[in-house]
Ligand binder design. Structure first.
Ligand code: NAP
Length: 285
């Protein structure tokens, strides 16, 4: 029987645990979310993040800036949150409008408040094996889902399709940390189907509906589908052909209801981790 990995339930458990943890803290963690422009999908994501904060007792600070906002205005907003002691995490909702330099904006977030884990400091810590950094939320959540069905990943062949800074690169690092033998695939990879057939763990993060076919899946593999693609009928679907893949996999995530809910749960967890680090540092000062 194939395990259909239920990200919704696992994420709900993480949030429940966090609510208890936050309840024991002497002050309240705060997360600032900055939204530039009025992209409808981004508005929904930001709304969901703010609702999730409230549910676990994290105070949210929402900053909405118009699509015409300048680089300087957004940098000033980030600086104000960097300097605000009540704000422990800062998230800039991506993508930002084209006239802005999103990398410069992201890098201006103080590393200890960078709950998306995109700063050079946090990316470096992940590569160097420092465990006190903040790790990007979606790969962190994906690893939790993998470990919900198999605890020891030592020696397994893992293939990650996609090499973005937000997902593919940190995912590969996390799997390496778990002693997997990791292959990173991308748009220039040759014989992708063959490479996938060797994967004990296959993680797809491309953004192309049903690109990974059933016969690319090794018998007994763990398949994590990160892709979110909107079909013509309005339904969401992943990068993996779920119906075909589920007959071969040992465990697989559905879309929706797999990786998606884990991203927000890990964002909240990163915010509490950031709070605890900053709280400890301020006590030590
Ligand atoms: P991205 O920055 O666009 O990266 C996509 C990656 O896929 C790139 O590395 C690209 O290779 C690779 N690629 C493109 N076509 C390919 C092909 N034919 N064969 C193999 N690789 C190919 O996207 P992302 O931000 O990593 O996100 C990927 C997907 O995950 C999207 O659908 C996104 O919506 C979803 N996502 C979901 C969550 C969640 O919470 N569930 C979070 C983040 C992302 P090159 O580098 O060579 O161009």
């Amino acid at each position: 029987m194939t395990h259909i990995i239920d990200g919704k339930t696992i994420a709900a458990q993480i949030k429940e645990d966090l609510k208890h943890r936050v309840g024991t803290l002497e002050s309240q963690p705060g997360l600032a979310v900055i939204l530039v422009g009025d992209d409808p999908a981004s508005k929904v994501y930001v709304g969901n993040k703010i609702k999730a904060c409230e549910a676990v007792g994290i105070k949210s600070y929402e900053s909405r800036l118009p699509a015409q906002a300048t680089q300087g205005e957004i940098l000033a907003e980030i600086k104000a949150f960097n300097d605000n002691k009540h704000v422990h995490g800062i998230l800039l909702q991506l993508p930002v409008p084209d006239h802005l330099d999103s990398e410069a904006l992201v890098q201006s977030i103080a590393a200890e408040k960078d709950v998306d884990g995109l700063s050079i400091t946090n990316a470096g810590k992940l590569i160097l094996g420092h465990t006190d950094g903040l790790v990007p939320c979606t790969p962190q959540g994906s690893l939790r889902l993998i470990k919900s069905v198999k605890d020891d990943l030592t020696g397994l062949n893992a293939v990650v399709i996609g090499r973005s800074n937000l997902f593919g690169k940190p995912m590969a690092q996390l799997l390496l940390r778990e002693n997997c033998t990791v292959t990173m695939a991308h748009s220039r990879t040759r014989n992708l189907d063959e490479i996938c057939r060797g994967a004990d763990i296959l993680v797809a993060a491309v953004g192309r509906a049903k690109m990974v076919k059933g016969d690319w899946i090794k018998d007994g593999a763990i398949v994590i589908d990160v892709g979110i693609n909107r079909m013509d009928d309005g339904k969401l679907c992943g990068d993996v052909d779920f119906d075909a893949a589920k007959d071969k996999a040992f465990a697989i995530t559905p879309v929706p209801g797999g990786v998606g809910p884990m991203t927000i749960a890990c964002l909240l967890e990163n915010t509490v981790k950031a709070f605890e680090t900053q709280d400890k540092d301020s006590l030590a000062a």
